[in-house]
Design a protein around this ligand. Structure first.
Ligand SMILES: C[S@@+](CC[C@H](N)C(=O)[O-])C[C@H]1O[C@@H](n2cnc3c(N)ncnc32)[C@H](O)[C@@H]1O
Length: 339
């Protein structure tokens, strides 16, 4: 049976079709990733092309291009009218520079994640990754660059929600962006609130392009990068605003308890901590369950419940804790806590 809202086939529904649920998602991912790597969606971003022109633009054979585009048309990623191929509206919106957010870096990252998934069986057996993502990035700096670009695409998508929901006060001057990576959240808030200056703390692997991005926005005087491990980094005190965005799921419960306690101690009275996370619910959605499995493989950590955050925040002296669930739900939740 095909489940409309997930796009998946239910396992075991039909003995003849059992492999479709494995084969089709594999081919679908492979085709979309290849299109991203070839620049095929971007090649169509300015308008429809014939097969010959498209093949030429992506530097590929006619035979290979037609075989790929036929499948992309069948999946609804491309459209064909007469001899012309074009991006479907959602492809144009999410996978080209002409759209709302270009998630092509996510396609490039997924190519790397694909190889890593080869070690999932071992991670399940041992209950822990053979090598964490962060160690892999030290060995292969290219991974750090790709991951930060992918997180940057998410940040562009999430940015308007954050501006809408995070109440920065006129008396808030100093922002600490823990695990701030690409720097786009600090940049957005500093552009919007001229009184703010920011420090971004992240592992060196995540900060390779950050200083140049900040310089391009002419914010080098207000945003500083501070490479280091946030678990033992001296990030100072007298802060007004702390971002802990999508970082808690990369740490153990005990590490988060200690980090939140240190954040509490370094915030000024009236200061605000904002956490962005994917919260564990009593019943796991397919997305949350898949994300937990990814974390098992990549960092050996997990997602936590809202109750866990509340307990850590209360113990750290935060007075009011509120939760905002973003839409669509796959965008995660915000937890706002005041000192
Ligand atoms: C999922 S990404 C989120 C990036 C960014 N905050 C955002 O929301 O787009 C997690 C980030 O946390 C960083 N990180 C993980 N563990 C860290 C640690 N112990 N110290 C510093 N940064 C860490 C990673 O390098 C990565 O940039």
């Amino acid at each position: 049976m095909f489940i409309a809202n997930t796009g998946m086939c239910e396992p075991g529904d039909s003995a003849e079709l059992a492999m479709l649920d494995i084969y089709l998602p594999m081919m679908k991912s492979a085709a979309i990733i290849s299109a991203g790597r070839l620049g095929l969606f971007e090649a169509l971003a300015r308008g429809p092309l014939t097969l010959a022109l498209l093949a030429d633009k992506i530097n590929s054979s006619i035979q290979g291009t037609v075989t790929l585009v036929d499948f992309l048309v069948a999946m609804g990623y491309l459209e064909k009218q007469g001899e012309l191929f074009s991006n479907a509206a959602s492809t144009q919106r999410w996978f080209t520079s002409a759209g709302q957010v270009d998630y092509t870096p996510g396609l490039l990252w997924t190519q790397e994640a694909w190889f890593m998934m080869g070690t999932l069986t071992d991670a399940v057996r041992s209950g822990t990754p053979e090598k964490t993502l962060w160690d892999a990035m030290v060995e292969k700096p290219r991974l750090g660059h790709l991951f930060a670009s992918y997180m940057g695409a998410f940040a562009l998508d999430l940015g308007p929600d954050l501006l809408r929901h995070v109440p920065v006060a006129a008396g808030h001057y100093r922002l600490l962006d823990l695990g701030g990576s690409h720097g786009l959240h600090s940049i957005r808030f500093c552009q919007h609130y001229p009184q703010l200056s920011a420090v971004i703390v992240d592992l060196p692997s995540a900060l390779m392009d950050t200083a140049s991005t900040i310089a391009q926005k002419q914010l080098s005087e207000r945003i500083r990068i501070s490479p280091g491990n946030l678990l033992d980094h001296d990030w100072g005190s007298g802060l007004d605003l702390v971002f802990y965005f999508s970082v808690a799921h990369n740490h153990t419960a005990e590490e988060n308890r200690l980090v939140i306690r240190r954040i509490g101690a370094s915030l000024n009275p009236g200061g605000l901590l904002v956490i962005h996370e994917y919260l564990a619910e009593t019943e796991l959605s397919q997305f949350h369950a898949a994300f937990r499995l990814t974390l098992l493989l990549e960092t050996g950590t997990q997602i936590y419940r809202h109750e866990d955050y509340s307990n850590w925040l209360t113990a750290a002296g935060f007075s009011s804790v509120s939760r905002i669930d973003l839409e669509p739900r796959e965008k995660g939740s915000l937890i706002l806590a005041r000192r």
